[in-house]
Design a protein. Structure first.
Length: 298
């Protein structure tokens, strides 16, 4: 389906969900302390990101930092009423204007999980593949590459990168350091090359996690305690590596509420995704988890 048509249909459906009071019911449960809303973005438009913050504030939610989540999980502070945590994956160049500046403006804590190679070199791997597909160069699709053993994926990517060039898409190291100095921005790890960790061999997976943590700590002269799984893929092996490397929490892409029970699985924290380009109505339905209940988390 054409993306424009898809968004129009989604807006209509979301408006109907809101009209029927579904978001109001979720808000009531959250404000009485049944669960925390855990929301994440990638490279949101500034208008959309600011709308989400304003909507949450207007509806009585208050924003939690990563430290707050750990304190709640450890029972150091009570489980909140109307709590929400915002996270952002990858570290896109647009985050400086559309996330960091807006978070500072509204004094809202945000954790950004970064892939360190992209910060160093400027780009993530999948836009290269998307460009190769656009140019009909005959390489496998992004979805196909995500299903391959990591070493096979890297061999294909090496060939693609010799034939495709891209402008910078990731935050620069200077921008990252500036963001890390903000009272409202926390930096977490998201691997080095953003592979599918479950497709990696043991040593590959371990080093992807370890070296990303080490690099960020070296750059920012601070400890990194939180992690987000690329593509949401993980296994018991990755959880064990995180424990060995002294991470205190990790986020999945499982679309669910953050409850007292789910906080017991601190390396498997759920999140609702807000995709780029969605309508304000759909954003409300995604933030409150209504959309994901009806459309299998998509």
């Amino acid at each position: 389906m054409n993306n424009k048509i898809r968004n129009i249909n989604a807006k209509i459906i979301s408006f109907l969900f809101i009209f029927l009071g579904l978001s109001r019911r979720v808000k009531k449960k959250a404000l009485r302390g049944d669960f925390i809303l855990s929301i994440y973005f990638h490279s949101p438009e500034g208008v959309l990101f600011e709308f989400c913050i304003k909507w949450l504030k207007k509806n009585g939610f208050h924003f939690l930092s990563e430290k707050d989540i750990l304190a709640i999980a450890n029972n150091s502070i009570p489980f909140p009423q109307g709590g929400v945590i915002l996270t952002v994956d990858d570290g896109w160049l647009s985050n400086e204007k559309n996330v960091i500046a807006i978070a500072e403006k509204h004094k809202v804590p945000v954790t950004i999980f970064i892939a360190t190679h992209a910060i160093e070199q400027g780009n993530y791997w999948w836009p290269y593949v998307a460009k190769a597909q656009e140019l009909r160069m005959g390489f496998p699709s992004i979805a196909e590459l995500k299903s391959l053993p990591n070493k096979e994926r890297e061999k294909i990517l090496t060939k693609i990168k010799t034939q495709v060039t891209l402008e910078r898409q990731a935050l620069t190291l200077k921008q990252l350091k500036k963001a890390a100095n903000s009272a409202y921005i926390n930096i977490g790890a998201h691997t080095v090359y953003h592979p599918i960790l479950t497709n990696c061999e043991d040593e590959e997976a371990y080093l992807e996690i370890k070296e990303s943590k080490d690099q960020i700590e070296s750059w920012l002269n601070t400890k990194v305690h939180s992690f987000a799984y690329p593509n949401g893929d993980y296994s018991k092996r990755e959880i064990e590596y995180l424990k060995q490397l002294d991470f205190l929490s990790a986020y999945t892409t499982e679309p669910n509420y953050l409850t007292r029970e789910s906080l017991k699985k601190i390396y498997q924290l759920p999140r609702f995704c807000i995709y780029e380009g969605v309508s304000k109505q759909e954003a409300i339905c995604r933030m409150t988890g209504i959309w994901q209940q009806f459309f299998n988390g998509s």
